[in-house]
Ligand binder design. Sequence first.
Ligand SMILES: *[C@@H]1O[C@H](CO)[C@@H](O)[C@H](O)[C@H]1NC(C)=O
Ligand SMILES: *[C@@H]1O[C@H](CO)[C@@H](O)[C@H](O)[C@H]1NC(C)=O
Ligand SMILES: *[C@@H]1O[C@H](CO)[C@@H](O)[C@H](O)[C@H]1NC(C)=O
Length: 377
Amino acid sequence: MTLKILTLLYLAVTLSTQQELWGPKTKIIQHNIASPNVAIETVRFIKLKFAYTSSMYISFNDGKTKMQCFLRCMDLAECVAISYSVVKNRCKIHATVFRASPKTSRINVEYVAYEMKNPCTGNPNLCEHGSFCSPIRPTKSYECVNCLPPYFGKHCNETLGAPLPAVTEDIIYGRNSSCRMLDHFFGLPSSSHLPYFIHPWRDARKIKVLCKKDEMMISDLKSWSTSPIRFLKSEDLKDGLDISQPNYLAHTSFIKTLNSLMHFDKFYIGCTRDDSAWFDFSNKLARNSGLALVNYWTNDTNSRPKSSDMNRNSGGTPGYDFTLLDEKYSSPDVDIENRPFQDFFVGANGDKMTFTENEKECFGYTSSWLSFRIAGL
Ligand SMILES: *[C@@H]1O[C@H](CO)[C@@H](O)[C@H](O)[C@H]1NC(C)=O
Ligand SMILES: *[C@@H]1O[C@H](CO)[C@@H](O)[C@H](O)[C@H]1NC(C)=O
Ligand SMILES: *[C@@H]1O[C@H](CO)[C@@H](O)[C@H](O)[C@H]1NC(C)=O
């Protein structure tokens, strides 16, 4: 007879390295001489701070209790995490932890999420410099995924050059790695975009950006600024970059590199005109449509976002006709590198939102636009 007993830990445990780092752990006990041996299996699950769920799962069942969900996870050899919807009694079994699959994982308050105790849960900095610790249960091991240059190695902490100067825990643990993390850990004002230093590599390297709560400015043009436009490419994302002053426009390669550090869920793109009309577009967060814009702007797809993939907001233009020329955002003629600013909106009425070196237009206004921006969170 196998009896399974679950020990649920509601707080991350701090472990001495001697302790068993993986479950299940089986103990054979005998109640008394006459009774048969009883095997007791224990697995520890750790409740996650965020209510995550993911569209990447190995099993999905409705009508289960949370306890049945834990048991199912123990039975499936690859399971390392569960997400459970209290509303639908829905049990999802995951072979990859949520942090290691940021593209498919979403915070969703309908769910509670648990991760099986493993080497990653005991040591929040086992995988360094922005890499994610991903446990692999069948081999009782883990790997550090998303390890970015100049680092390499099992723990993403080896470099060929001299090691960078030591930094504080805030930086190592990623509390200062993005506007989203700064807002989460320190609380940022919602009033306007303010300058902050962020450490996206989780080491001494830093960049100066504008944050408004969890939103980071990625492109910023102001018609009154006399500074020349800086076009940002992948190679510009390096220690010391300062994008806290207009005017700058991010190319696709810049957003792609930035996204490998920040994992954006959402982008806002918009412009204002001097008749006080403003236009603002953002991708929806739903599983099927949400990533259309993110994937297009990171060059992970050539499919342009559909009208239904985006939310639209505007003010000061009652009854404005937003019909797209061919039902999709952007244009097939746009160079991959220019996707985030050239011909993003091309309307059936001939109006456009486009901001390039030579052509700037905010919905029909070519000389009297006021600002253009992209923000990400
Ligand atoms: C890398 O991290 C591992 C695990 O934390 C540690 O044992 C090792 O000493 C580190 N290596 C360097 C070069 O810091
Ligand atoms: C992290 O960010 C907070 C909030 O901006 C700031 O007070 C703190 O000094 C930063 N820490 C480091 C080590 O940069
Ligand atoms: C876009 O992706 C394609 C295919 O992966 C690649 O060949 C091309 O260099 C990329 N272009 C940019 C600007 O990232």
